[in-house]
Design a protein around this ligand. Structure first.
Ligand code: 5RP
Length: 238
């Protein structure tokens, strides 16, 4: 796939020489691929599959397509929909299916308690709807996304009606310089403390004008697959 979301580089756009905490970006890309390929093996013939968004999902799509299974997929973004179809996956509109067997998606941060921040690509509203509709929601990640404690930013999707007032209520909060979501929501980032994710999630969800936020609770997540070097670590959720 060519993009991890609005304004984000795809899997091949990262220079090999960059380093994140001593791990080369090439090593991180390999970890994303390994986690994605492990998740693709979980999908069984005849499944209804939710496809996430981002560069890690960019490795999932060909791995799923290579398996040649009879699948019905829904996509969380236009980029994933296009990339999935190009690879021969059967991607349908998410307006007829009322549940999915499995959904697989990437993450921006994963903490030790199983909370996940998503929405780096601004697709978190659709990603959360798809995750919630799935019997099994699997998060796939390279090792650099695992953190001791979550930190800002927390992605938000906001209604454009009353946007200035919503941004004021959510301060510190900044609009992201990206196109609106496919559902016409404005994409923003909350920059305050994430010390208590449960409390923050409730506050964000209860703020008028917030369509959804990028905090995914452990109760939504069945399993996290993290690749560390060539090892695959599986962390069970609920
Ligand atoms: C998009 C997302 C992505 O899953 C998240 O940003 C991780 O992206 P990547 O796999 O490119 O690191 O939540 O809204």
């Amino acid at each position: 796939m060519s993009s991890g979301g609005p304004g984000r580089p795809g899997p091949h756009a990262v220079a090999n020489v960059d380093r994140v905490d001593g791990v080369s970006s090439q090593a991180i890309e390999n970890e994303k691929r390994i986690a994605a390929e492990a998740a693709a093996e979980l999908v069984i013939d005849g499944s209804r599959v939710g496809l996430g968004t981002g560069s890690t999902v960019g490795y999932l799509l060909p791995a799923l397509a290579r398996r040649g299974l009879d699948l019905t997929c829904v996509a969380t973004s236009v980029a994933t929909e296009i990339a999935g179809r190009e690879l021969g996956l059967n991607v349908v509109a998410f307006d007829q299916l009322d549940r999915l067997d499995i959904a697989i998606d990437g993450a921006d941060q994963i903490d030790g308690a199983g909370w996940v921040i998503k929405g780096g690509g601004g697709a978190h509203t659709r990603e959360k709807i798809v995750a919630a509709a799935a019997d099994r929601f699997v998060v796939i990640s390279s090792s650099d996304k695992v953190v001791d404690a979550l930190s800002a930013p927390v992605p938000l999707e906001l209604l454009t009606y009353g946007l200035a007032a919503t941004l004021r209520a959510l301060a510190p909060c900044e609009l992201r310089d990206v196109p609106p979501s496919p559902d016409a929501g404005a994409i923003a980032d909350y920059h305050g403390s994430v010390e208590d994710p449960e409390r923050l999630a409730a506050w964000l969800a209860g703020t008028p004008g917030v369509v959804d936020h990028g905090l995914f609770p452990p109760s939504l997540i069945s399993e996290v697959i993290v690749a560390r070097g060539s090892d695959v670590q599986r962390i069970r959720g609920h």
